[in-house]
Design a protein around this ligand. Structure first.
Ligand code: ADP
Length: 671
C-alpha cells in the first residue's frame, strides 16, 4: 500500500505571551492511500491542530511531515498554498462557504486559484455539485441553502480539484441527524471509490463509519485501532459512487514546482481576481461610493487648479505680450534682490513729471515717454455714479501705448499746459456712461466735484489680468496732479525705438534717473521680458501652491481608501482564511485587495478628471475668455490617471499586505 502521509514526532506549541501551550507533543502517524481514518479525543486534545497541520494550514513546531513523498515542513508559503489547492480538500464543521457567492461560484473558486479555464471550471463545478445532489441549486447563495446542502456544496468544493486526501473536521457537527447521515454516506462513498479520508469527530458512532480510529489525548496519540470489518461493512450502505470521483492522480508526485507563469495566469491573466475584487466593491456600494467621492474631490480639485493656472499663465502672458516687446516700465521703489518689482512703501512715490521730461530728451534710442498718474475713483454722469480708473497722462501716451482714437480726438499739448478738464474715454466707460462712443462726445461727467468734457473715445483694447483696459478715462497729467494734489507719477512708460534696443534703453533710463534723483536708486526699470518672466513665475508659484493644497485633499482621499480597506480586511478576515484554505496564495490575496483599492482610486480619478476639466473649462471661459487646448489637457489626463493609480497603490498596499499576511488558521477562527 502506498503511503500518502507520514508524521514523525510532530509537535506544535502555541505561544501565548511568555507561556508555551503544547497542543501536540510528539505525534507519529502514517496514513495509506484509500484509508478512512477517524480522529477522536476530548475537547482540547489537539485534533484541530493536527488537522490544520495535515492540511498544510499550519506548520509543525518540530518533527517531520511528509505528504506524497515531500517534506511539507520545509515548504514555502506558496508551495503550501498549492498543496492546499490541489492535494487536500477541506470540509469544515461550519461549512465555510463564501457567503456572497453562489454555490456554483464557491465550487469554482479552488479551480480559479489553480488556473483552470472558465469553460472547464463550469463543467467540473456543475458535475461536482451534481454528484452531491445539488444540480438544482447552482445559482443559490449559501444563505438560501439548508445546512446539509451547504455542507454538500462544501464537499463538492473540496473535491473539485481532485485532491489526494479529504480532510473533514467534524463535518456533521452542525447538522441534524438526517443531514449528518447524508454527509457521512457521501464521505463513505468517496472513500469506497478510492479517496483517502481523514475525519475528526467526537462521536463514536460517526467514527465507526471509518476503518481506523486514532485517539488523541493531551497532544499525544493514545489509541490507534482498526474498526472491525463487520461493523464497518454493515454500515457501508451509502450509494456507490460514479467512477468520475476517482482521484486521477494516484501515485503521481504532485507538481509543486509550478512556474511563475501560473501565478501570473491565476493572479491576473484570467481576470478572475479582478472580478472577485469588483464583486467585493459591489457588495458594499455605499461605502465604495463614499470612498470614491474622496478621490473624486481630490482629483477634481487638482485638475481644476492646474488647468486654470495654466490657462491663466498663457492668457496673461499673451495679454502682456500684446503691449509690445519694446515697452519698458519705470516703477517707484528699488527692486529687492530676486524680484523685479519695486517695493515702494505706501505713499512713497518717487517718479515725477520732470523725470519723464528728462527721459524724453534721451535721444533717438527712446521713441517716447509718458508719465502715468493713475487711481480708482467714483465719477458721476447724468446723475449716475460709476467707479472707474482715472489715468492722468500726457499726449505722448498715444504713441507710447499705440492707442487708437475711435471718436473725437486725443489729449493735446494745449490740454496739458492749460490743465484743461477734458477727458478721453475707454470704450467700456463711454458705453457705460453714455450708451455709445459716439453719443459720449461733448458730454460731461463729474470728478471730485469738477466737470470734465469728453473730447474723445478710444478703440477697444481688451483686458489684462482680468482688468478691462477700456474701463478708464484719460485726462491731462497736469489736471490730475491738481485734482489729486500730488506731484508724482504712479509709474512711467518708456518706449524703445527698436525692440533690439531695449537693454540699452534700460541702461540709459537708469543712468538718467539716477542722475535726476541725485544718485538715489529709488526706482526700478522693468522690461517686458522681465515683467513676463516675473508674472509667469508668480503665476507658476500660485498654481503650484494651489495645486499642492488640492493635492492634500487627494492624500486625504487616499487615506480614506486605506481606512476603508483596513476595515474591509478586518471584516473579511474569515473570507481571507477560507480563500487561503482552498489554495489562494498570498500574492493572489494581495492582488485582490490591491485591485480593490486601485479600482476605487481609478474610478475616482476618472470621474474627478471629468469634473475637474468641466470646472476648469467654465472658470477659464469666465476669467480669461479662453478655453483650455487639447494640448494643455492631454498631460492633465495623464497626470490624473497616474496620480489616482498611485494613490490606490500607495494607500492600498498596506491593507492588502495585511490581508496577504493573515495566518489562515487564525483567520478561519475569526468571528
Ligand atoms: P481540539 O480540536 O481537540 O479541541 P485543539 O487542537 O483546538 O483541540 O487545541 C489543542 C490545545 O491547543 C488546546 O489546549 C488549545 O487551547 C490550544 N490552542 C489551540 N489553538 C491555539 C492558539 N491559536 N493559541 C493558543 N493555544 C491554542
Amino acid at each position: 500500500m502506498t503511503l500518502v502521509l507520514e508524521l514523525r514526532e510532530v509537535t506544535r506549541v502555541y505561544r501565548q505571551g511568555s507561556m508555551a501551550v503544547p497542543a501536540l507533543r510528539g505525534v507519529s502517524l502514517a496514513v495509506h492511500r484509500g484509508e478512512f481514518v477517524a480522529i477522536m479525543g476530548p475537547s482540547g486534545s489537539g485534533k484541530s491542530t493536527l488537522m490544520n497541520l495535515i492540511g498544510c494550514l499550519d506548520r509543525p513546531t518540530s518533527g517531520v511531515y511528509v505528504l506524497n513523498g515531500r517534506d511539507v515542513s520545509r515548504m514555502t508559503d506558496d508551495e503550501r498554498a498549492d498543496v492546499r489547492n490541489r492535494e487536500v480538500g477541506f470540509v469544515f464543521q461550519t461549512f465555510n462557504l463564501l457567503p456572497r457567492l453562489t454555490a456554483l461560484k464557491n465550487v469554482e473558486m479552488p479551480m480559479i486559484y489553480a488556473g483552470v479555464s472558465r469553460a472547464e471550471r463550469w463543467e467540473r463545478a456543475e458535475a461536482a455539485l451534481g454528484r452531491v445532489g445539488l444540480a438544482h441549486r447552482l445559482p443559490h447563495l449559501p444563505a438560501e441553502l439548508s445546512g446539509g446542502e451547504q455542507q454538500r456544496a462544501a464537499i463538492a468544493r473540496a473535491l473539485v480539484n481532485r485532491p489526494a486526501i479529504l480532510l473533514a473536521d467534524e463535518p456533521t457537527g452542525n447538522l441534524d441527524s438526517r443531514s449528518g447521515a447524508e454527509i457521512l454516506a457521501a464521505v463513505e462513498a468517496l472513500n469506497t471509490s478510492g479517496m483517502t479520508v481523514i475525519m475528526v469527530t467526537h462521536d463514536r458512532e460517526v467514527a465507526e463509519h471509518s476503518q481506523r480510529i486514532v485517539t488523541l489525548r493531551d497532544g499525544l496519540i493514545v489509541g490507534d485501532e482498526e474498526v472491525s470489518p463487520q461493523s464497518a461493512a454493515t454500515r457501508r450502505t451509502g450509494p456507490t459512487d460514479s467512477p468520475r470521483l476517482t482521484p486521477r492522480r494516484n501515485g503521481r508526485a504532485f507538481p509543486l514546482a509550478l512556474p511563475l507563469a501560473r501565478t501570473w495566469r491565476t493572479v491576473l491573466g484570467s481576470g478572475e481576481v479582478l472580478a472577485i475584487a469588483l464583486d467585493a466593491l459591489r457588495g458594499n456600494r455605499l461605502r465604495t461610493v463614499l470612498t470614491t467621492l474622496g478621490v473624486i474631490i481630490g482629483v477634481a480639485a487638482v485638475i481644476a487648479l492646474v488647468s486654470v493656472g495654466q490657462t491663466a499663465r498663457s492668457s496673461v502672458v499673451g495679454e502682456f505680450a500684446n503691449l509690445g516687446p519694446d515697452l519698458l516700465w519705470v516703477l517707484p521703489g528699488k527692486a529687492k534682490e530676486g524680484s523685479s518689482f519695486g517695493s515702494a512703501e505706501e505713499g512713497r512715490l518717487s517718479l515725477t513729471y520732470e523725470d519723464a521730461q528728462a527721459l524724453g530728451r534721451a535721444g533717438e534710442l527712446v521713441a517716447g515717454v509718458a508719465p502715468v498718474l493713475q487711481t480708482q475713483i467714483q465719477i458721476s454722469a447724468s446723475a449716475r455714479k460709476y467707479t472707474t480708473t482715472i489715468v492722468g497722462t500726457t499726449p505722448d501716451l498715444r504713441e507710447v501705448r499705440s492707442l487708437r482714437v475711435q471718436e473725437g480726438r486725443y489729449l493735446n499739448a494745449g490740454d496739458l499746459t492749460r490743465r484743461k478738464r477734458v477727458a478721453v474715454l475707454g470704450a467700456t466707460l463711454a458705453e457705460a456712461l453714455f450708451r455709445s462712443p459716439r453719443a459720449a462726445i461733448g458730454r460731461r461727467f463729474v470728478l471730485s466735484g469738477r466737470a470734465f468734457d469728453v473730447v474723445g473715445v478710444l478703440a477697444p483694447e481688451g483686458a489684462i489680468l482680468g482688468f478691462d483696459l477700456d474701463d478708464r478715462a484719460y485726462i491731462p497729467f497736469t489736471t490730475a496732479q491738481q485734482i489729486f494734489n500730488l506731484n508724482y507719477a504712479t509709474f512711467l512708460f518708456v518706449r524703445a525705438s527698436d525692440p533690439a534696443m531695449v537693454p540699452r534703453v534700460k541702461r540709459e533710463t537708469e543712468r538718467i534717473l539716477l542722475h535726476e534723483h541725485r544718485g538715489e536708486e529709488d526706482f526700478t526699470v522693468l522690461t517686458q521680458s522681465q515683467l513676463l518672466g516675473s508674472l509667469d513665475a508668480i503665476l507658476r508659484i500660485l498654481t503650484v501652491a494651489l495645486s499642492s493644497i488640492a493635492g492634500i485633499s487627494l492624500v486625504v482621499g487616499g487615506i480614506g481608501i486605506m481606512n476603508i480597506m483596513l476595515v474591509s480586511v478586518t471584516e473579511r478576515t474569515r473570507e481571507i482564511g477560507i480563500r487561503k484554505a482552498i489554495g489562494a496564495r498570498s500574492v493572489t490575496i494581495l492582488t485582490q485587495f490591491l485591485i480593490e483599492a486601485v479600482a476605487i482610486s481609478l474610478v475616482g480619478g476618472f470621474l474627478g478628471m471629468v469634473l475637474g476639466l468641466t470646472g476648469s473649462w467654465m472658470l477659464s471661459v469666465r476669467l480669461f475668455q479662453s478655453v483650455p487646448t487639447v494640448a494643455s489637457i492631454a498631460p492633465i489626463v495623464a497626470l490624473a490617471f497616474t496620480f489616482s493609480a498611485a494613490v490606490g497603490v500607495v494607500f492600498g498596499v498596506y491593507p492588502a499586505w495585511r490581508a496577504a499576511q493573515l495566518d489562515p488558521v487564525e483567520a478561519l477562527r475569526y468571528e
